[in-house]
Write a new protein. Structure first.
Length: 50
């Protein structure tokens, strides 16, 4: 069983807005937005040069 207070805290954390510019590592080489799929971009197979 999970205490109600912990459940409430988990729900609040899930509701916090998160910037797509948030670094994903300590070196700040990549941001969260780098891992979001672009539905309008052509698939890599279509743009790859063979």
């Amino acid at each position: 069983d999970v205490p109600p207070k912990k459940v409430e805290n988990m729900i609040q954390v899930a509701r916090r807005p998160l910037s797509l510019e948030t670094p994903t590592d300590d070196e700040e080489d990549s941001v969260l937005g780098d891992f979001i799929e672009d539905d309008e971009a052509p698939p890599p197979d279509d743009t790859a040069t063979y």
